[in-house]
Design a protein around this ligand. Sequence first.
Ligand code: FCB
Length: 457
Amino acid sequence: MTDLNDSKPVEPQNADIFPADFVWGVATSAFQIEGAASADGKGPSIWDTFCRQAGAIADASHGDIACEHYQRLDADLDMIAGLGVDAYRFSVSWPRVRPSGSGAWNEPGLAFYERLIDGLIARGVKPYLTLNHWDLPQALQDVGGWANRATVDRFVEYAQGIAARFGDKLVSITTHNEPWVIAMLGHESGIFAPGLKDRKIALQVAHHLLLSHGLAVRALRAGGCKAKLGIVLNLAPMHPATDSPADRTRTTLEDGRLLRWYVDPLFKGRYPDDVLSDYGHDAPLVLDGDMEAIATPIDFLGVNYYSRSVVSASGSWDVKTNSTREVTDMGWEVYPEGLTELLVRLHRDYRVPPLFVTENGGAFKDIVENGQVHDADRTRYIAQHIAAVAAAMREGVRMGGYMVWSLMDNFEWASGYEKRFGIVHVDYTTQQRTLKDSAHWYRRFLAAQTSGRTSAR
Ligand code: FCB
């Protein structure tokens, strides 16, 4: 492993293993960067509403302004292209393009994404679009949100509308980002929008998310959409806190709740029996044909990876752990080998399509000094995780790409603007963007990849 610290320049690595068509990218999501919360006919999303609840967001902030990406689109696209990435993963704000989630579409909202997509293509960057990165139209929440089966139909219509307008230009369409987070953090613990606390509702939400994914994939394929279609899951290896039978049994269950509850339906067409029986009466209502729809074949599976979890018999997922490893500003242990473990396991246990790491990165406390940010910790984090992807590939895992979370500092959900994940620093007073050392490193790393590809030809 290259030694990465302040005093030494970081050398690109792993150039040997990544094929020429491996996709390198950076990722964001609409609510976290766009701002312009009610501009040009945009409707409110559940996150606009949630941010207004007292105590919901650590710094009492909201997404009204965020990174002003809506107003600064062209400059941000130049910045993305300047990094030398192959792809940009972004999401569409559903209430920006269809303010009530049903009924009329909003042309100025669609025109914004048209400029974004065309702007990427003009700069040689591939558009990787996510339909649902959590900002459900509030009007749909008002009639039950994801707990209401009718929202599944609204989502399929939304997917069809986006594909009809942009499908020819898109390389990739993700249906949902992290259904576990939407379902469980949004509806069981209530720390995310819409802030409900009811496990039975949460599990019905998870089912409707999976169902709407499968039905949307079917509908887009039937409509001749040429973009690659898939879904993105937040996954982490779960390790027992001790070797005790109680800790180990609990770890199996928690792994079932996070990973198998999503991956089994997608690739085996059924929920895992052990978790189903543990959920008992909270298990979702599943209608005939739902599981077949969920298991509709997909072209890729996206994996968002940040850390592992250490599970004890009480069921807690301690992402800090008692280890002596470095932790990020989120309190998450830096554990790159967990990414290798996870990718290899998906490859071995399931008939998965090519895997993408669709998010990976770290929040660290940054200091801007003379227009520079020396974030050696973030650079090290990214480099170690890229090496972990390479290690998985050496074990035979089919990998399609890797995307850094995130292009720039942004609204980190319940943490507000206090946590900075960007490889580009954002000054929220002036909106000035400053490339951190990690961005310069990534650009050099990608340039070396490309020259490696050229000389290999
Ligand atoms: C993921 C989210 C993403 C970002 C990172 C840190 O769960 O998909 O929007 O907040 O965590």
